[in-house]
Design a protein around this ligand. Structure first.
Ligand SMILES: Cc1cc2nc3c(=O)[nH]c(=O)nc-3n(C[C@H](O)[C@H](O)[C@H](O)COP(=O)(O)O)c2cc1C
Length: 314
């Protein structure tokens, strides 16, 4: 199996859980790691959010000794902010700069994918973090409106980043536009640092195909509600055989996830419902079960509901 090294961090395999707003909190990262993800990140946090330290952000900043190696993903619009945030982000194994978010709020702040318009600014941000001896990586798209991926990638490497993740779409592209993996291959062939490919990985076969192009593979949507995907991909990489998705296995993971949400005191009912509802998608009684789930109001009701799923045949 391919391994991948980021600075001085050696990963056990090349599978990355993508940073995802409203999904990848500490408990979700922990269950994906149990399933086999070697690397995971906090969801994207705007530096202003971190500096203001409200309760929701403090929850999103939580990590634990089992949550390693872990990256904090940040974005912002000014180099000064990147200086100011350093004391808050030192405890993570690395810092990933989000240069890909197409969210209107984030672009409005000249952050996220807006940064792709100004690779020089990204370079300054990287250098600022490097001066504090942090391991720095970046996650980019192919460009904002126009493809400038090679220029951005080379600038990021030159500034000292230790790894680059490419989500192979423009910022103006929705997820219905297929990811253009050829662009990932092009960048990989022109860069010395490890390149992680992202976009439309959904099973063992697509993960293996991406690993033929890139050093690592990052999974986002397909991992929402299906933490077991990492187990299945690892199985495919070992055997060449696709294992069927098991809702029973995923329900076990979701039970652990619920316990961890309580343990770390970060219960967020809408988030839990969205993730659990995805777990049920495509299986027997899915719409009935999801309807029931959506009506629940408390943490205990959700725990009981997930327990009751054990009796069903999936
Ligand atoms: C619900 C959701 C939240 C996301 N949040 C983030 C984020 O916080 N940071 C980031 O870099 N990308 C974020 N993304 C983008 C994904 O990390 C990934 O680049 C994109 O979904 C393509 O990968 P996929 O085809 O495996 O879904 C998010 C995507 C989704 C679906």
């Amino acid at each position: 199996m391919k391994t991948i090294t980021i600075g001085n961090i050696k990963l056990k395999n090349p599978l990355f859980l993508a940073p995802m707003v409203d999904v990848t909190d500490l408990p979700y990262r922990l269950i994906c790691r149990k399933s086999g993800a070697a690397m995971a990140y906090t969801e994207m946090l705007h530096i202003n959010q971190i500096l203001h330290e409200n309760k929701k952000t403090l929850n999103l900043l939580k990590t634990s000794k089992e949550d390693r190696p872990v990256g904090i993903q940040i974005t912002g619009d000014s180099v000064q902010q990147f200086k100011d945030v350093i004391p808050y982000i030192k405890k993570y194994d690395l810092v990933d700069i989000n240069c890909g978010s197409p969210s209107i709020r984030i672009i409005g702040n000249q952050s996220g994918s807006y940064l792709l318009k100004n690779p020089g600014k990204i370079a300054e941000m990287i250098k600022t973090l490097k001066q504090a001896n942090l391991i720095v990586t970046a996650k980019i798209r192919l460009g904002f409106k126009e493809n400038n991926v090679l220029k951005v990638a080379k600038t990021i490497e030159k500034a000292g980043a230790e790894l680059l993740t490419i989500h192979a779409r423009l910022a103006v592209h929705g997820s219905s536009v297929p990811a253009d993996w050829k662009q990932i291959e092009k960048v990989k062939n022109n860069l010395g640092i490890p390149v992680v490919g992202n976009g439309d990985i959904k099973d063992g076969e697509t993960a293996k195909a991406m690993l033929e192009i890139a050093d690592g593979v990052m999974i986002a949507r397909a991992a929402i509600g299906d933490p077991e995907i990492f187990e299945r991909i690892l199985f495919y990489l070992k055997t060449g055989k696709e294992r069927e998705k098991s809702v029973k296995n995923n329900i076990k993971y979701i039970k652990q996830y619920l316990k961890l949400e309580e343990k770390y005191d970060i219960i967020d009912i809408p988030r839990i419902k969205r993730i659990t509802s995805n777990t049920l998608k495509g299986f027997e009684n899915a719409s009935k079960n999801r309807e029931k789930l959506m009506k629940l109001k408390t943490y205990n009701e959700i725990v009981n509901f997930v327990d009751s799923l054990k009796q069903q045949n999936f």
